[in-house]
Design a protein around this ligand. Structure first.
Ligand SMILES: Cc1cc2nc3c(=O)[nH]c(=O)nc-3n(C[C@H](O)[C@H](O)[C@H](O)COP(=O)(O)O)c2cc1C
Ligand code: SF4
Length: 517
């Protein structure tokens, strides 16, 4: 029986993975060959999708990017374990993959995301089993010692958050997973949910037994129908196998998990607004305090973490805090699943220890722009992240190093722009995005963002440029210091970084662009 792996990941499906799978089945039937097709997640090399793998005596051999018309010749090459123009060699040996440190993404693209048995066979639930042998304070000590910080954007220490909920006295507590993943150029949460959903379930279950919660929700953005389907299938499989529900894994603990689908607002990724949405209301940001850890979902103490934060937990418990904390630099411990996107040659998911420089990520790993033109700017950390010019490419990927240069790493998304980008337009976009997505609760964000769009338009028309630039700066300060949440509070980062590093773009008629054309 020939075993073939075809990704079911939305990015692979978008470029024809389903059709390739069907064609493989047809071709095998014509040849009278018995095959088994296993639909996996993606290995994360987007430019090679659909990437198909076949089991050989040497290991899994990869081919990509495979089109439907390649299938007949591909099938023959697979049957004979012979050469083919799309043959990439052993999947694990592909340099882009081999260079990574895959702790969170170790199984993504490898296992069948619908099979608990496959998950178990690849080390799944080892972390949970170890957690069962520890007391909640001991689990908290492990999570704290690992140095794990929230991967959703703010980088808050996960151990401290969990301890606050564990220490709270309440009849009910909740575990909520933030899978709203609204940042531009990010897709790591989606990839985990589609490629290794049990690691998220296991991470949330460990959180539940640590803080004493028996109910959890995963809030997934509505734009992720494949992830919703994958998570629901995995939850049902985990329930059937006794890994969710009453007496999980034979223990005294019970934990139920449900998926909730968001309604399409960026601000619903902000934790308090997400909780409002989960409770059935419009996504309006709540004032803090109280923190969700004290008074969260339905007024009860709630752990709310990003997908990647929960997904890092099983490794930490299985291998020990030190094994995780040994990677990284400074106060940024462990690995970060970095997402390379935008105008880039080798886009995809690259998990690596903190400390790699932005230049290495963009030029070396990413291979520069797809258009082949020079890289002019990169935006790191989503729509509220700063634009960095080449001069800052020596910045190491580290929370503090980025903050020191008025940037942020956020959820690890890097969006690359070539030299045709108009940075005044990007600054306008930042204000415009904030205006559209603002929940409207506070004035600096609700009004300031719209005034920002108007003022940038005046600058671009050449109207009293220096006075209007001063107005932009003033608006940014008001938004930064006067906004209730980071949507209004961080919009100044893309705006001010564009102004600081690309001043030449602000003014009438972008002469630089005309020269480039
Ligand atoms: C406007 C806005 C949007 C956000 N969107 C997300 C998101 O899509 N996913 C996410 O995990 N965190 C998002 N956050 C951060 C959350 O508020 C919160 O910090 C996070 O869920 C905490 O989990 P962590 O500690 O594991 O990062 C957003 C914050 C703001 C202000
Ligand atoms: S900053 Fe914007 S999104 Fe945040 S609470 Fe204020 S109005 Fe709402």
């Amino acid at each position: 029986m020939m075993r073939i792996y075809v990704p079911r990941d939305a990015a692979a499906v978008a470029v024809g993975a389903d059709e390739v799978g069907v064609e493989l089945e047809r071709t095998a039937a014509r040849h009278g060959t018995a095959i088994e097709i296993i639909r996996t997640g993606s290995r994360g090399m987007c430019w090679l999708e659909p990437m198909v793998e076949v089991t050989t005596p040497q290991g899994r051999v990869a081919f990509g990017p495979v089109g439907v018309s390649d299938v007949p010749s591909l099938f023959e090459a697979m049957s004979a374990n012979g050469p083919h123009p799309l043959r990439l060699g052993l999947a694990e040996e592909i340099p882009w993959l081999k260079r990574q440190t895959r702790l969170t993404f170790a199984r993504c693209g490898v296992i069948d995301p619908r099979s608990v048995e496959d998950y178990r066979a690849h080390g799944g639930y080892k972390g949970f089993e170890r957690a069962l042998s520890l007391t909640p304070p001991q689990i908290l000590a492990e999570v704290t010692a690992s140095g794990l910080r929230g991967r959703g954007g703010a980088g808050f220490p996960t151990g401290i958050k969990w301890k606050t909920v564990a220490d709270a006295n309440a009849d009910r507590k909740y575990i909520v997973c933030n899978a709203d993943e609204g940042d531009s150029g990010t897709f790591a949460d989606r990839m985990i949910m589609e490629g290794d959903p049990f690691v998220l379930i296991e991470g949330m279950t460990i959180a539940a037994i640590t803080v004493g919660a028996s109910k959890g929700y995963i809030y997934i953005r509505s734009e992720y129908p494949h992830a919703v389907e994958a998570m629901n299938a995995a939850i049902a499989a985990a329930e059937r196998a006794g890994w969710l529900g009453a007496r999980i894994g034979g223990s005294a603990h019970s934990f139920d998990l449900e998926v909730r689908v968001g309604a399409g607002a960026y601000v619903c990724g902000e934790e308090t607004s997400l909780l409002e949405s989960l409770e059935g209301r419009r996504g309006l940001v709540r004032a803090k305090p109280p923190l969700p850890a004290h008074k969260g979902l339905f007024g009860k103490p709630t752990v709310i973490n990003n997908v990647l934060s929960f997904a890092a937990i099983p490794f930490i418990l299985a291998e020990g805090a030190k094994a995780y904390a040994d990677f990284g630099m400074g106060r940024s411990r462990g690995t970060m699943p970095i997402q390379l996107a935008g105008n880039i040659r080798h886009g995809g998911l690259f998990e690596t220890a903190f400390g790699v420089t932005l230049g290495v990520l963009v030029d070396d790993i990413g291979g520069g722009t797809l258009t082949g033109r020079p890289v002019r700017a990169v935006q790191v950390g989503g729509p509220l992240g700063a634009y960095f010019p080449r001069a800052l490419f020596d910045t190491p990927f580290d929370y503090e190093a980025f903050a020191a240069r008025d940037g942020l790493i956020g959820h690890g998304g890097i969006v690359v722009f070539d030299d045709t980008v108009d940075m005044a337009k990007q600054a306008r976009f930042a204000f415009g995005f904030c205006a559209v997505e603002s929940c409207g609760k506070c004035t600096p964000c609700r009004i300031g963002s719209t005034r920002g769009v108007e003022t940038i338009d005046k600058i671009r028309r050449g109207e009293r440029v220096s006075e209007n630039l001063a107005v932009v700066e003033d608006l940014c300060n008001t938004m930064k210091f006067g906004s209730l949440c980071a949507l209004g509070g961080f919009t100044p980062y893309p705006v001010m970084s564009a102004l600081k590093h690309f001043r030449e773009d602000f003014g009438p008629a972008p002469t630089r662009l005309q020269a480039a054309e």
